[in-house]
Design a protein around this ligand. Sequence first.
Ligand code: NAI
Length: 345
Amino acid sequence: MKKKVAFFDTKPYDRRSFDAAEGSSEYEIEYFETRLTERSVALTKGFDAVCAFVNDEISATVIDKLYENGVRLIAMRCAGYNNVDVCHAVERIRIVRVPAYSPYAVAEHALALLMTLNRKIHRAHLRTRDSNFSIVGLVGVDMFGKTVGVIGAGKIGKIMTDILCGLGMNVLVYDKYQDQKWAESKGVRYASLDEIYAESQVITLHCPLTEESHHLVNKESIEKMRDGVMIINTSRGPLIDTKALIKGLKSGKIGAAGLDVYEEEADYFFEDYSEEIVTDDVLARLLTFNNVIVTSHQAFLTEEALANISRTTFSNMDTYFAGQHGPNEICGNCEDGNCVRHQNR
Ligand code: NAI
């Protein structure tokens, strides 16, 4: 009998790539548009697995209910799993993820935000659409020779580093774990966070959201940054204390911000609210700055990434239903000891 999988927070592009992926016919799939939450978890009765995404709320309560409903596998179709109570799931439900689907997609989106903000392309586009061909106020800087701080040099941060080196920028890297061989081969240097704050004209965030990295960009760290610094965040919203960011933008301390993620994004991102009023005053304020670009968690959204996500998700499910443990399991028998549970031991 085919295993039943409930997909949550499904959009037309998810459905298209999952239906087209090899392996999809092995499963009985039901696509739900709603996010997985304490309310919608009731829909999972009789399913063997759920497939979830970044803004699903997989709390202890949701996990208990999933278990009660017969679900034994949570297949995350993303890399991050900060929205899953992993420790609570241990011994109840197994969790798999897609650790890398296209680090290029995310790094290239971060670059797009950086370049758009610097050369004010978003403003120029609006002007020329309105037959305003003035270039007053659109002065940027050469990125060549400028210093950029990359915080978190894993798969995405390393590709971002390559791209920034290609622009001729001086790259400083901060990571909890250093890969000196890689740094030497790229001609980049590991630096402390304080050094990055003091020296960088651009800071780009590529570390995961953990207790330690929560509000990494806050009032105190912003004070240590260079005047006019540009901040790019394609990682997770809560890495930035948004109210502190807004204060920095208002005072001019922060020169620009490119945000693909936002602390309270779950209430808005991925949905069309164009017929309604945005009641989140913090988000609304962010959207008023002409030196801020907000994209709604779309850095991953390339054809290649979607194909990799669906292929890997089916392969993860195949491994689980064959009674095996695979390398993409977040916890349980993870092979590299790099899961949340092992790190917390
Ligand atoms: P990765 O696991 O390959 O790299 C993360 C790096 O951050 C590692 O080198 C790790 O040592 C480092 N790190 C961990 N804690 C840190 C801390 N407190 N301070 C500094 N560095 C720290 O992950 P990958 O694939 O590069 O992804 C990075 C993040 O990008 C993910 O955690 C996810 O939140 C985000 N992401 C966003 C997407 C989007 O569409 N906007 C899509 C995919 C990932």
